[in-house]
Design a protein. Structure first.
Lengths: 320, 308
């Protein structure tokens, strides 16, 4: 943009199952380049930097679908909104970055917060609540650190939280906490980045303060205030066998605490997903995945997915 | 009053000290994306610089991991030297985004994009990805032509002097010394390869065109069908036919390329596979640019002697 700011945008052109075309502004943000004291400001609409996978674009995912725990806490489109982020790079010899983001807490992509779809979590009719004070904003702090264990192995550790209002009541609040761990080994004589091994694990915990609310299913029924506790974890291993083949295995587990409303989204569930991906080039890939999916009360589902993805435009650059 | 004066004198002395100290006491933190650029920076910078390379000498420089430790390295850099021409496009931009270092911003004296001063080969006239991952700005493997190195070290010396004027004399002297050695070594390498003028060679990736042009060799085929695309059996069969027909019996591979594929082709064509790293430090005792080129030229000359 200019010497002080850089601009980024990701605009998605979508085709839904009815064949209708839609345009979505997935991300649009600026980033400062020359703030003092190791600070950096980001502003606009962007994926919230909570954990490892949430800020990644779907084309960077290593599996066809997103982990169950992210789906149940941040919804199918992930946690993203309009706001600003301040980040500070610590003046240490190893990488440590602390950041805090402040977002608009409303909208479909703020699923655990002021979302019109939040009745899927609490079963009540969502209330309209505006923004009066800072406490009506979504606040997301994160700290991440990284070490090179040796010349071939790197470790990244992070911890995040998200605090904000939810739409079950006028004063209701949600807290989400998470920790993430990523490890990667890459050969010293890597050819196009292969061979490699990597492991990624995220643990999330949510306390959803549901207010006394009118049931969506039965408008004469009242659901009393309660704290809905959910937790979940996923762990995935990737093996970059040779250029350009990757084998992956992911285990998922989510568990919802007791509640006055029986939400299928909060049911205990586990899933095991092996897959294999062939990167035909840097611009296209083919992926085959099997899911063994077990939901409490519903039993097991088996599914096989075939994914083909291609990229138009500029060469992608990826964060670690 | 007396204490006040003492304080003023002490403060003035301190300022004077830090003033002179800042110019030359601390060596410049130089970061190079690849080991070859790092080796050249060491030649020119001498004791006035501390140099770090982001890519390892044995790994594919197109696919370096954007590790968080590189963010810290870039954050502390006074100077960044990159190849440019999209060599680092897959990993350098996100690192620079996080490094928040204005000293190495595009256009700053601390930013050296070496490809900008080079006459690039193989600049495509049209951009078409059906031809593989072609670099829009030309072939980025240009440091194996010593004449390109001559241009680049000049640029490095200029930028270093601008960032650290107090050491400008040292950089100038180092440049003069290096240039003289480079001329002598280039003549030596030319002499070593002169008997094989017009010899046909095969490479794994399309990464030896600058060497071929400088030393009058001809790259007749690459084992990769297109840049960045793995060798397919059908393509290799074609290459084998071509090598037999054109009597090309030398295959150059870098440490990160699939040597087994090259060996299989060599067995069927009576060719020899030559380990030909373009990065200093990939093999034992090849830490400097001259040592790396000596290893490369000697290995190539020996193979050409055997096979022609």
């Amino acid at each position: 943009m200019d010497p002080h700011f850089k601009g980024f945008s990701n605009i998605v052109l979508k085709l839904n199952s009815e064949g209708e075309t839609g345009i979505e502004l997935e991300e649009l943000y600026f980033l400062t380049t020359s703030l003092p004291w190791n600070l950096q400001l980001k502003g606009g609409q962007f994926f919230t930097e909570f954990g490892r996978q949430n800020p990644q674009h779907p084309h960077a995912w290593s599996f066809v679908d997103q982990p169950l725990v992210l789906n149940s806490m941040f919804g199918p489109d992930g946690l993203r909104s309009q706001g600003a982020r301040v980040s500070w790079l610590a003046p240490t010899s190893w990488y440590t970055e602390a950041m805090v983001s402040v977002f608009n807490s409303a909208g479909g992509t703020a699923f655990s917060f002021r979302s019109p779809e939040s009745s899927e979590i609490h079963g009540g009719a969502p209330v309209e609540r505006g923004v009066r004070t800072f406490r009506d904003m979504l606040v997301v702090p994160r700290i991440a650190t990284s070490f090179d264990l040796n010349t071939t192995q790197t470790l990244v550790l992070g911890t995040s939280a998200a605090f904000g209002p939810n739409s079950s009541g006028a004063r209701a609040k949600t807290q989400v906490y998470g920790a993430d761990l990523y490890w990667k080994w890459k050969s010293t004589t890597a050819d196009r980045g292969f061979p490699f091994f990597s492991s990624q694990t995220e643990v999330l915990f949510r306390r959803y303060g549901a207010a006394t609310r009118v049931s969506v299913a039965d408008s004469t029924a009242t659901l009393f205030d309660e704290t809905l506790s959910d937790r979940g974890v996923y762990s995935q291993l990737l093996w970059g066998i040779k250029p350009l083949w990757v084998a992956g295995l992911r285990g998922d587990y989510v568990r919802g605490g007791p509640a006055g409303f029986d939400s299928p989204l909060r049911a205990d569930r586990y899933r095991l997903s092996p897959n294999v991906t062939c990167y035909l080039s840097e611009f296209s890939k083919l992926r085959l995945q099997y899911n063994y999916d077990h939901r409490k009360g519903l039993g097991a589902d088996h599914s096989v997915w075939l994914q083909f993805e291609f990229l138009l435009g500029a060469h992608a650059a990826h964060k670690f | 009053m007396k204490t006040m004066r003492q304080f003023t004198i002490a403060a003035a002395a301190l300022i004077a000290l830090s003033g002179t100290g800042a110019a030359s006491a601390r060596p410049l933190n130089v970061v190079a994306t690849t080991p070859d650029l790092a080796a050249l920076a060491r030649e020119i910078g001498g004791d006035a610089v501390v140099v770090a390379a982001l890519a390892k000498p044995t790994e594919d420089p197109h696919f370096v991991d954007a590790k968080p430790s590189h963010i810290v390295t870039l954050h502390r850099a006074d100077v960044l030297i990159e190849g440019g021409a999209e060599l680092e496009i897959g990993w350098l931009p996100p690192l620079l985004e996080s490094a928040r270092n204005a000293k190495i911003a595009p256009g700053a004296p601390g930013r050296i994009v070496t490809s900008q001063g080079i006459r690039m080969l193989e600049v495509p006239s049209t951009l078409d990805r059906s031809r593989g991952d072609v670099h829009a700005l030309g072939n980025p493997h240009f440091l194996i032509d010593p004449l390109n190195v001559k241009v680049i070290v000049g640029e490095i010396a200029e930028h270093f002097a601008e960032v650290d004027p107090a050491s400008a004399g040292l950089f100038k002297a180092n440049l003069k010394r290096f240039d003289a050695s480079l001329d002598a070594k280039t003549a030596e390498w030319q002499k070593q390869l002169e008997p094989y003028r017009g010899a046909k060679i095969v490479t794994y990736h399309n990464d030896f065109v600058y060497l071929a042009e400088r030393f009058n060799l001809e790259v007749v085929a690459t084992l990769e069908p297109k840049p960045g695309i793995s060798p397919s059996p059908a393509h290799l069969a074609k290459v084998i036919e071509q090598m037999k027909a054109e009597k090309a019996r030398v295959i150059l591979v870098q440490p990160y390329q699939n040597r087994k594929t090259a060996e299989a082709v060599a067995r069927q064509t009576g060719a020899v596979v030559v380990d030909s790293a373009q990065q200093p430090g990939a093999y034992k005792d090849t830490a400097t640019y001259f040592q790396m080129m000596d290893h490369l030229v000697q290995g190539l000359a020996k193979a050409l002697k055997e096979k022609t």
